[in-house]
Design a protein around this ligand. Structure first.
Ligand SMILES: O=C(CO)COP(=O)(O)O
Length: 260
């Protein structure tokens, strides 16, 4: 077993259905009998209960596989008058182990600043959830050779608020904005370069964390490009959008990660 167990996490975004969850579990039960990668489903909140139930119902058939559940967002607050929001405790109660924090869609469309992201990271951990922290540069930032600068800034705000040791229980997802939902994935070399940068940044404060933290790549990952990306030394799997909505494609990504 590699030092870091690869992970494939499906971020359904505002897509999918209870039926998709059933389809996935049918495929998992037939094909996923292996714990060499961890599989995480992050459906819309309304389907968490269906997925939780499926996890329970399939306990026997999935024996040997690591399938877990995550949410796509969490409130930075514990409780109160925040209409439409969901707290970390509520997600924990629903059976989530993970929560995606700071996805670029939330940063861009819902005004989540790096400070809010840092607060959400803290809220997740406070309630026993493992944050999957998304970072990534825009197309223009890459063209202006500001990729490392942007990623460092996004990481540093979370580190300043939570401390480097908080990354002992966290996952990072590198999702370049220009690759999210565009069909234009980063090359394996581009992904590796940024993943190595993130790892070295964390290693400066804690070599242990640098070495052990899992860093996922996200952005137009498909069964066609995953093997080369997942094979990079600092890439520990993927955060998958579009391809997580097709049960055959998602299963094949899980299988690729298992042999990475
Ligand atoms: O945003 C993503 C996962 O969080 C990636 O989305 P796509 O795989 O659809 O590019």
């Amino acid at each position: 077993m590699a030092l870091r167990r690869p992970m494939v996490a499906g971020n359904w975004k505002m897509n999918g259905s209870a039926q998709l969850a059933q389809e996935l579990f049918k495929k998992f039960a037939a094909k996923l009998q292996n714990d060499s990668a961890e599989v995480v489903l992050c459906p819309p909140t309304i389907y968490l209960e269906s997925v939780r139930q499926l996890l329970e119902d399939n306990k026997q058939t999935l024996d040997g596989a690591l399938v877990r559940m995550g949410a796509q967002n969490v409130s930075q607050h514990d409780f109160g008058a925040y209409t439409g929001e969901i707290s970390g405790q509520m997600l924990k109660d629903s059976g989530c182990r993970y929560v995606i924090i700071g996805h670029s869609e939330r940063r861009r469309m819902y005004g989540e600043t790096s400070n809010i992201v840092a607060e959400k990271f803290a809220a997740a951990q406070k309630h026993g959830l493992t944050p999957i922290l998304c970072v990534g540069e825009s197309g223009p930032a890459r063209e202006a050779r500001r990729t490392f600068e942007v990623i460092a800034e996004e990481l540093d705000v979370v580190i300043e608020k939570n401390g480097t040791m908080a990354f002992d229980n966290a996952i990072i997802a590198y999702e370049p904005l220009w690759a999210v939902g565009t069909g234009k994935s980063a090359t394996p070399e581009q992904a590796q370069e940024v993943h190595a940068f993130i790892r070295s940044r964390l290693s400066e404060v804690s070599p242990f964390i640098g070495e052990n933290i899992r860093i996922l790549y996200g952005g137009s990952v498909t069964p066609n490009n995953a093997a080369d990306i997942f094979a990079q030394p600092d890439v520990d799997g993927g955060l998958i959008g579009g391809a997580s909505l097709n049960s055959s494609e998602f299963l094949s990504l899980c299988t690729i990660a298992m042999s990475a």
